[in-house]
Design a protein around this ligand. Structure first.
Ligand code: NGQ
Ligand code: ZN
Length: 450
């Protein structure tokens, strides 16, 4: 058994000094406050529960910086998607694995212990199956294992190219499965041995990409794993679903699908008040991706309405254009402030906005990924992050104000150590396999530009 000694730690009921956390395999064995450090302890300054990153398309990391020039005078989410489909058409399995490893490593260095990989890239260009139909899922598993990140793998059911059961086109052919092909894919995904804390869920991509009649069968393949879906991200998507199905996307799901606390509604940006209240009441987590939503021009989530309805939330880095945990939470709060011309909005009642964002996203993100984590407590997975409170951005801040500093004042480099289910992979701010992962990524991306 190894142990961490923290000068201060945020426990479920508040801050404590001299906290000794014993790690027993994947889990926290015990938490003792007011304890002296023992000789072999890993000594840290401030210990927090590490966040789960609830939504990622890892391959999109290699597109960062490649989609920011205007082409025809009117760029939007939909023109970005064309660029993405074109990009996806060129990736080979070795590149997909190398990009995923870099992305997961960057997440850990940013302070995330786990990731929900919303994985829709299944087949070879044109849609032909690989010899192993789950080849690309297994590449994601290899990247997760190399980095040690906690993985919740979400194989995606993507059957149609647009609302109203339009055929798949171009880059989308690599995503496509009918329900039988998807069932076989899930079997092949499950055939691989995985680290004990990893989870397999599934994800109907969006209402745009499925037929309503197939939803029940696809959901039956989930077992008791988490279910994620993109919903109400863009206003045009809402309009298309209303025109086709006669209801708004969230409204339709609530009427036609067994939405529950095992579900994560990704984005859920464009909801009416009634949808907001009804979705929150199911216990589903809102999967918010503020940096990507800003980058793609989606709109701003109704945070105060969601929290007032008792809704849970977590954050995801989605397109991975920028992987930065404090910044993700900050963007969420700032999008609320800009719209409402007010301050400190992502909490109910009085308190610290940064701490409420952080601790809320820690619990909500873990729940969305089916991970028994999100708080520092004996018996939970040891998903932990150590912060350096002597950094200039944090000097003089204590308790929840320190977490406010982390969210609103800090840049990169405040994270010192990260444990994913007890696997200590970030030391002194750097991932232990950084050099090899970066070198392989650089080679993979150089090939891409050629
Ligand atoms: C995605 N992006 O799954 O990566 C989507 C676009 C699609 C976001 N939802 C792809 N942010 O709709 O086919
Ligand atoms: Zn997404």
């Amino acid at each position: 058994m190894s142990a961490i000694h923290a000068a201060r730690a945020r426990l479920p009921d508040g801050w404590a000094d001299d906290v000794r956390v014993q790690i027993d395999g994947l889990r926290i064995g015990s938490v003792v406050t007011g304890a002296a450090a023992e000789p072999n302890d890993t000594r840290v300054d401030v210990l927090l529960p590490a966040l789960s990153n609830l939504h990622s398309h890892s391959f999109q990391r290699a597109m960062a910086g490649r989609t920011e020039m205007r082409r025809d005078g009117h760029d939007s989410f939909w023109t970005w998607r064309e660029v993405m489909y074109d990009f996806v058409g060129r990736l080979i399995p070795d590149q997909i694995e190398a990009i995923a490893a870099l992305t997961f490593m960057e997440m850990q260095e940013a302070g995330y212990a786990a990731v929900g990989e919303f994985h829709y890239l299944h087949h070879a260009p044109g849609g032909a199956a690989y010899d192993n139909p789950a080849e690309l899922s297994h590449r994601i598993f290899a990247a997760a294992e190399e980095t040690g990140i906690g993985l919740t793998h979400l194989p995606v059911f993507y059957h149609y190219g647009g609302a109203g059961q339009q055929p798949l086109q171009g880059g989308q052919l690599r995503f496509g499965c009918d329900p039988d092909r998807f069932a076989a894919l899930i079997d092949a995904v499950r055939a691989a041995p995985l680290p004990e804390d990893n989870v397999i869920g599934l994800a109907p991509h969006s209402l745009r990409a499925i037929a309503p009649d197939d939803l029940a069968r696809v959901l039956s393949l989930a077992g008791d794993g988490p279910v994620h879906i993109h919903v109400a991200e863009q206003t045009r998507e809402v309009e298309e679903i209303v025109a086709w199905l006669g209801a708004r996307p969230v409204e339709w799901l609530l009427q036609n699908a067994p939405v529950s606390d095992r579900w994560c509604a990704i984005h859920a940006t464009h909801m009416t008040k009634a949808e907001t209240q009804a979705l929150a009441a199911t216990g589903a987590v809102a999967g918010l991706c503020p940096i990507t939503e800003a980058n793609l021009g989606d709109g701003a989530f109704d945070g105060p309405g969601w929290l007032a309805a008792g809704g849970r939330f977590g954050v995801g880095s989605d397109s991975n254009v920028r992987i930065a945990l404090g910044e993700e939470l900050r963007m969420l709060e700032y999008s609320q402030r800009l719209r409402d011309r007010s301050r400190n909005l992502m909490l109910t009642g009085a308190g610290h906005a940064g701490a409420a964002l952080y601790l809320g996203a820690a619990r909500g993100g873990a729940r969305a990924l089916g991970r028994d984590a999100g708080v520092i407590e004996a018996g939970r997975l040891a998903d932990l992050v150590a912060i350096d409170s002597a950094a200039p951005a944090l000097v003089g801040l204590r308790g929840d104000a320190l977490v406010d500093g982390l969210v609103f004042a800090g840049g990169d480099g405040l994270v010192r150590d990260v444990w994913s289910a007890g696997r200590h992979r970030v030391h002194e701010g750097r991932h232990v396999a950084r050099a090899a992962i970066v070198a392989r990524y650089a080679r993979a991306v150089a090939d891409l530009s050629a």
